[in-house]
Design a protein around this ligand. Structure first.
Ligand code: CS2
Length: 487
C-alpha cells in the first residue's frame, strides 16, 4: 500500500494519472494563493490549474485556510498531493499536484502575509462561501459586521478574508507592487463586483489613497463555477485503497461535469486555464444567473423540502415524483422566464441536464450539506428571482415554497435538537422559538430578519401573501404526514 507524497509519486506510475510536472526536476513556483481550500476548490480550481500545469508554466498554489487546521494536517504530510475521484458510470482517479503548500492564516500569519505580498503572487482565488464576504442584505460590505469591525480597528492580524486581502494589498501598494488579481469562485451573484466593492470599501475606511489605487488597478473578474462535490466519506478512502492501492488522508470526489467561466479581463500573464477548459466570456452575469437560478435554486428547494419529507440525499428526493413535478413547475414557469440566458446556452437542455445530474446514482450528496447557511444562500439564489418576478407580475408560488420550507426546516432542526449551521443560527433559532404554527404570524417573524430580507421585499404584500400561503400548505402537509406516521 502506497501513501501519497512526493517521495512515493513516481512509484504510482501506471496505476493512475499523475501530475507529470511534479515528477520533473524543477517543480512549479507559487503564483496563486487560494483562500478556502475545501472540497470544492480541490475538485474544481485546483483541478483546472493542475490541467493547466500539464501545459507548462509556474503557477503552483499556496492554499490557505483562515482558521481550520484540517486540510493542512491532511495534505502537508502528502506535500499537497491528493487524489480526485470523478464519479460517473465508472469512477476514475487521478492525482492532483497543483497545491504546493497548505497554510493556516490564524497560526502562520507571517507566512501567509509573505505569500500574499510577494510580487510573484499574481492571483488570489477564493472559495470562502457566501458568509466569508461579510456582506449585508444589499450586497455591500457590512461595516457593522463584528469581525469586519475588529479588522478595521485591530492592530493585530486580520480575521476576515476581506481584512486579510485588504492589508496585503495595502502592503503591496506601499511597496509599489501591483495588486494581485482576485478571483471569487463562490456562488454569489456578480461575485467579482461584490468582492471588488467589498475590498475597496474596506480600504476606504483605512486609507482613501489605497482605495483610489484599488479603484484604478484591482482586477476582479466575475466567474461562474460549477461541479457537484459531495463531502468526502470513508467509503471513498476505502475504495481508493481497494481499487488503486493508494492511501490518501483526504481524497476528493465530484461528478464528471465541471465548468468554470471567467470574465475576460485577466492579465495575459495567467495559467494555461483556457487549455484546461476554462471559458472566458465578455459577460459572465448571464452564465452566473443561469447557474444560480437553474441549479442552485432547485438545489436549495430540494434540500429543505426533501429534508422535511424525510429524504437524505439529492438522489433520494429526486425519486419522489411529486417533488420533481413541483421543482419542474418552478423551474419552467418561475425561473426560466426570469432571466436572459447566454446566447450560446440552450436553457431547456441545460436544465434537463441539471436534473439528470441530480439523479446521478453515483453521487451521494447530503441534503443537510446543501441546507447549510440558508441565510446566505437565499439572497443569492432565490430572492433575486422573486424580485424579478414580482416586478413583472410572474408567479412566485414555487419560490415561496422554498422559503417556507427553509423556515420550517429551521424549526425542525430546533425541535430535533440538531445543530443549525448558519452564521445567523442564533437569531434564526430565536425566531423559530416564537413560532406558533399560525402561518401569517410565523412568516411575519421570519420576514423580519433584516439581514436576509430587505424592507422593500418584506413589506411587499404580494410577497407576504405568497409565502404565507406556501407556509400554510407545507405546514398542513407535514402535520398530516406526522399524524399518518404516528409521530
Ligand atoms: C450547492 C452547491 O451546497 C450547495 O449549496 O447548491 O454547492 C452546488 O453543489 C454547486 O454550486 C454546484 O456547482
Amino acid at each position: 500500500m502506497t501513501h501519497l507524497s512526493n517521495s512515493t509519486l513516481a512509484s504510482l506510475q501506471g496505476k493512475l494519472p499523475l501530475p507529470a510536472y511534479r515528477l520533473a526536476s524543477s517543480t512549479p513556483q507559487i503564483g496563486i494563493v487560494h483562500l478556502g481550500p475545501g472540497a470544492f476548490f480541490r475538485g474544481h480550481q485546483a483541478f483546472y490549474t493542475d490541467q493547466a500545469l500539464q501545459h507548462g508554466g509556474d503557477w503552483a498554489i499556496s492554499a490557505v485556510s483562515m482558521r481550520s487546521p484540517d486540510v493542512s494536517q491532511a495534505l502537508t504530510p502528502q506535500d499537497g498531493l491528493y487524489t480526485l475521484a470523478v464519479l460517473d458510470a465508472e469512477t476514475s482517479y487521478q492525482v492532483i499536484g497543483s497545491v504546493a503548500e497548505v497554510l493556516i492564516a490564524s497560526e502562520q500569519y507571517a507566512a501567509v502575509f509573505a505569500r500574499l505580498t510577494e510580487a510573484s503572487t499574481r492571483y488570489v482565488t477564493m472559495t470562502i462561501t457566501e458568509k466569508g464576504y461579510c456582506l449585508n442584505a444589499a450586497g455591500e460590505l457590512d461595516l457593522q459586521h463584528p469581525q469586519i469591525q475588529q479588522d478595521l480597528t485591530a492592530i493585530s492580524q486580520p480575521v476576515t478574508a476581506i481584512g486579510l486581502l485588504a492589508s496585503a494589498l495595502a502592503a503591496r501598494y506601499h511597496a509599489n507592487i501591483a495588486p494581485f488579481c482576485v478571483i471569487s469562485c463562490d456562488n454569489l451573484t456578480d461575485n467579482g463586483h461584490k468582492l471588488r466593492r467589498a475590498l475597496i470599501s474596506f480600504a476606504a475606511q483605512k486609507d482613501p489613497a489605497l482605495a483610489n489605487w484599488l479603484e484604478q488597478q484591482l482586477i476582479s473578474p466575475c466567474t461562474m463555477v460549477d461541479s457537484i462535490t459531495p463531502a468526502t466519506d470513508d467509503a471513498l478512502r476505502a475504495n481508493l485503497t481497494a481499487e488503486i492501492g493508494v492511501t490518501d488522508n483526504w481524497p476528493i470526489k465530484r461528478e464528471a461535469f465541471v465548468q468554470w467561466v471567467i470574465e475576460d479581463i485577466l492579465p495575459s500573464d495567467r495559467p494555461a486555464w483556457q487549455q484546461a477548459g476554462v471559458i472566458y466570456a465578455a459577460d459572465v452575469s448571464a452564465f452566473e444567473k443561469a447557474k444560480l437560478r437553474l441549479l442552485n435554486a432547485p438545489h436549495s428547494t430540494l434540500a429543505y423540502t426533501g429534508y422535511l419529507l424525510g429524504y437524505e440525499t439529492v438522489f433520494d428526493a429526486m425519486q419522489d415524483p411529486t417533488v420533481v413535478a413541483q421543482l419542474r413547475q418552478m423551474v419552467q414557469h418561475e425561473i426560466m422566464p426570469s432571466f436572459i440566458a447566454p446566447a450560446e446556452l440552450d436553457v431547456q437542455q441545460y436544465s434537463t441536464d441539471i436534473f439528470a445530474r441530480f439523479r446521478n446514482p453515483a453521487i451521494r450528496h447530503l441534503l443537510a450539506q446543501i441546507a447549510w447557511d440558508g441565510s446566505q444562500k437565499m439572497p443569492m439564489r432565490i430572492l433575486p428571482v422573486i424580485r424579478d418576478n414580482l416586478a413583472t407580475g410572474r408567479s412566485i408560488a414555487g419560490l415561496s415554497s422554498c422559503l417556507a420550507a427553509w423556515f420550517l426546516f429551521i424549526q425542525r432542526r430546533a425541535s430535533e435538537g440538531e445543530k443549525l449551521v448558519d452564521p445567523l443560527a442564533e437569531h434564526l433559532l430565536a425566531v423559530a422559538a416564537k413560532c406558533t404554527g399560525d402561518a401569517a404570524h410565523d412568516v411575519a417573524l421570519f420576514l423580519g430578519v433584516t439581514a436576509v430580507f430587505t424592507p422593500e421585499l418584506s413589506t411587499n404584500t404580494a410577497f407576504q401573501v405568497a409565502v404565507t400561503a406556501a407556509y400554510q400548505q407545507l405546514h398542513s402537509k407535514l402535520a398530516t404526514m406526522a399524524a399518518t406516521n404516528g409521530v
